[in-house]
Every structure is written in structure tokens, then in C-alpha cells.
Design a protein around this ligand. Structure first.
Ligand SMILES: Cc1ncc(COP(=O)(O)O)c(C=O)c1O
Length: 446
């Protein structure tokens, strides 16, 4: 069947039809089982077809499907906020629910601005939001100005306000041409230069992904990076906003990724795995001082979508987090991440693999034409698409990305299996990954 009246993601790309999901498997319409090696887009963390989540959503639908948040409160959303806050760092006490990651980021942009206006008055000059190249923060017009993913931005750049940007900690191809650790994490220190260049009195916030997702698959920072940017933000009264849409909710072996470095951002954005893919939800998690400044001044965050605080989505969030706690899903992610560490060196020996990186079960593989020179394949070879298809043929789904080097050049993909994966499942998936990569060598090196 063609897509009929539906506008698909692509009118040209041939995609298989998914008819059923169970555990780490997705089944197509011919009955073939694929291991979901990227949890959709790193969201199906508790696996597919978990009945108790479906039951929780159904029960909520029977009781009350919707009551507009401007006129009604409800217990389920309050309960979901408490569950989210229970995973966050101390002090990140307030939660605002939305329908996905882009809305969570947009909420944080507006929250940062409103906070300074409420705190300092209408004349507050704090309005600039600094972000990074090689980042993705969403597809709405507001979030695209923050994002540094050129392929996704070019057509729409006349529509959005460009945000100032610093370079990412892309150590494999250091944009500053330095080497860690002798670089002294200079990329983090460029934040201070950018704040000074703009004038600290104009800067409201710095947004970054603790581990980069789709734009430079699995790019993890040096351990000093987040403590340094925390210190710089505090020094200049700039809010630190962690985009944990992809890397949060247990993905890297901690509930939220910045917990690895004992850093507490001022705002964290979550989505995707917060409801395991069972409902479209996002959340902005805010420090007490920020939320309470708004509570005590104007009394309301000047923002809100119809589905803000939706009870059905809230039931999905609560059920998912309780499932994660009950089954020690985050602990399992940390354990399976260690297992992956033991298997990564063998993957790096495959002739088209430049680097295997990441933390926990958020991993990225950079594909290169030459391991020594790090030269990428020409964009016309579509190397990421080749690897994805070869892995699919082996029964493994991965998440491809391109353009991390120049906006056009560069191929990589994310490997991020469900956090509930067993040792045997991880071993099978990594085995299929190796087979898919080896088959790609034959195609790409012809
Ligand atoms: C890091 C990051 N931020 C924000 C978003 C946007 O989330 P959504 O697609 O739910 O709007 C994504 C989506 O992939 C993401 O990976």
C-alpha cells in the first residue's frame, strides 16, 4: 500500500512496514524480526509491547482523557511530576509537561527569558541564548536557530533568529586543532569568550546536549567539560540548560546524564524515553529558584499548549518511571554499557570504522573511508545509508546521521538498544552490527 493521503517522512525512501513490537524486536509485515538497536530514536528504552504501560494508559483513558490545564488540575499530572523530580538532581524540583522534545526546548528558551524579566524587571537585557555547532535541539522554528545541524537548517534559516554558537567537544576532529588533555578543554572555555563578546548582561542561557545525539552520534564530553561550563555560567549569571531529550532517562547509565559529573543544570529538558515511546511527552525540569521567582512575581509561566499536562501522557510517564525503578532499568543500562565497552575495540578494527564513542547504551560509530587520515566517504556514496541498510539485512536497526564534519561531509550512526536488553541480546546486536559493518565494507570499498 502506498501512503495514500499521508505525507510520509520521505516520498522517495523505501521503508519497511512495522506491524508489531515485542521486547527488543520490531516485526515487519512479512514476519521478519528486527532487533531495535536504536530504540526508535533512543526512546523505546523499556522495550516494545509492555502490557502494564498500555494498561495504565487505558485505565486513565477510561477515567478522564482530558481537562484543559488552564481551568482544571488533576492528580495524575502532579504524580508524574513527582516521579520525574525523583530522578533529577536535588533542587531541580519543578516539572512542566509538553508533547515532545522540541516543545520542551522551546519552553526552556521562554522560561530563561521570563525568569530574568521577572527577576530584574522589563528592562532586563538578558535575551541571548548561546548554543553549539553540531547539535540538534528540535524542528520548530525557535529550536532550529539553536541547533547546529546544517542539513536540517539550510532551507529554513530565513525563518528563524540565529543564536550565537560555540564549537562542540568533537575531539576526534577537534575544531580547535588541539589534543585532549593538553588542550585543557579549550572548547568549554570558548563559552566564556562568547559570553564576554556578547556582554554578560545580554546572555540569558547556554544550551547543550551532555552527550550529542543525532548530529554527531554518541559524542561524549571530556569529564571536565560540564563542570567547566557550569562554573562559567554561574560566574556570569547565565542559566545552564541541559538538553537531555536523547541522553537522559537512564540512557547513559544514570537517570540524567549530567549526574555523571555531579553537575546540576538550571534547567533540564527531557522527552522521548520519559514515557518509553508509549505516549508523546516532553518535560522541562526547572530549579526551584527559577520556578518560585515566577510563582512569587507574575504568578504564571507565559506559555502553554493544549496538551500541556495531558493526563493520559502523565499516566504513561508515571507507569514508565515506576517500571524503570521496579526492574532496575537504569542499573542495567550501566551494566550493559560496560559490556559494550569490552566489544567496542573489535568494532574499531573494521576498516570503515573511524571511532566508536559514547556512554552507557548511547553509542555512536563514525564511518570513514580511511582510518589513518580520517577522510570521510564522499557524500554521494551515502555511507551512513549503506551501513543502515546492511544492518537491516542482518536484522538490526540503527539510526544514521550525516554532515557532522562540514555540514555536508561525514557519516555516522547511533547504536542505542533498549535499556532492558539482556547480555545475550546485546551480544547478538553487537554481532549483527559487526556483520552489517563488514558487509558495508564490501559495498563501500568496491
Ligand atoms: C537532543 C534532542 N533535542 C531535542 C529533540 C527534539 O525532540 P522531538 O523530536 O521530540 O521534538 C531531539 C529529537 O531527536 C533531540 O535528539
Amino acid at each position: 500500500m502506498d501512503s495514500g493521503h499521508l505525507i510520509p517522512r520521505s516520498f522517495t525512501a523505501k521503508v519497511r512496514k512495522a506491524v508489531r513490537g515485542e521486547g527488543v524486536y520490531i516485526y515487519d509485515d512479512e514476519g521478519k524480526a528486527y532487533m531495535d538497536g536504536c530504540s526508535g530514536a533512543l526512546l523505546s528504552s523499556i522495550g516494545h509491547g509492555v502490557k502494564e504501560i498500555a494498561d495504565a494508559i487505558y485505565q486513565q483513558l477510561l477515567v478522564m482523557e482530558f481537562a484543559h490545564p488552564s481551568r482544571w488540575s488533576n492528580d495524575v499530572t502532579v504524580e508524574a511530576a513527582a516521579e520525574v523530580a525523583s530522578l533529577a538532581q536535588k533542587g531541580l524540583d519543578y516539572v512542566w509537561f509538553v508533547s515532545g522534545g522540541s516543545e520542551a526546548i522551546e519552553s526552556a528558551m521562554k522560561m530563561a527569558r521570563q525568569y530574568f524579566v521577572e527577576r530584574d524587571g522589563n528592562g532586563s537585557g538578558k535575551r541571548e541564548i548561546i548554543a553549539r555547532w553540531n547539535s540538534y535541539h528540535g524542528s520548530t522554528v525557535g529550536t532550529m536557530g539553536l541547533g547546529g545541524s546544517m542539513g536540517r537548517r539550510r532551507t529554513f534559516s530565513p525563518l528563524f533568529k540565529e543564536n550565537p554558537k560555540i564549537c562542540a567537544h568533537y575531539c576526534y576532529r577537534c575544531p580547535l586543532n588541539l589534543k585532549y588533555p593538553s588542550c585543557d578543554v579549550a572548547c568549554a572555555r570558548t563559552l566564556e569568550m562568547e559570553i564576554l563578546r556578547l556582554g554578560p548582561e545580554t546572555v540569558a542561557a547556554f544550551f547543550a546536549e551532555p552527550v550529542v545525539g543525532s548530529t554527531v552520534g554518541g559524542l561524549h564530553p571530556p569529564k571536565e567539560y560540564w563542570p567547566i561550563v557550569r562554573e562559567i555560567c554561574t560566574k556570569y549569571d547565565v542559566l545552564l540548560v541541559a538538553d537531555e531529550v536523547m541522553c537522559g532517562m537512564g540512557r547513559t547509565g544514570k537517570a540524567f546524564c549530567t549526574q555523571h559529573w555531579n553537575v546540576t543544570p538550571d534547567i533540564m529538558c527531557s522527552a522521548k524515553a520519559i514515557a518509553g515511546g508509549y505516549a508523546p511527552v516532553g518535560a522541562m525540569i526547572v530549579k526551584k529558584e527559577i520556578a518560585e521567582t515566577i510563582r512569587d512575581k507574575s504568578g504564571a509561566f507565559q506559555h502553554g499548549h493544549t496538551y500541556n499536562g495531558n493526563p493520559v501522557s502523565a499516566a504513561a510517564v508515571t507507569a514508565t518511571i515506576r517500571y524503570m525503578k521496579k526492574h532496575k532499568v537504569i542499573e542495567n543500562a550501566a551494566k550493559m554499557g560496560k559490556l559494550f565497552d569490552t566489544m567496542a575495540p573489535a568494532l574499531e578494527e573494521i576498516p570503515i570504522v573511524g571511532q566508536v564513542r559514547g556512554m552507557g547504551l548511547m553509542r555512536g560509530v563514525e564511518i570513514v573511508a580511511d582510518q589513518k587520515t580520517k577522510e570521510p566517504f564522499p557524500a554521494s556514496r551515502k555511507a551512513a545509508a549503506v551501513v543502515t541498510e546492511e544492518c537491516m539485512k542482518k536484522g538490526l536497526v540503527v539510526y544514521p546521521g550525516t554532515g557532522q564534519i562540514s555540514g555536508v561531509a561525514g557519516d555516522q550512526f547511533l547504536f542505542g538498544p533498549p535499556l532492558v536488553s539482556t547480555k545475550e541480546e546485546i551480544e547478538t546486536m553487537v554481532g549483527r552490527l559487526a556483520e552489517g559493518l563488514k558487509a558495508s565494507v564490501k559495498v563501500l570499498k568496491q
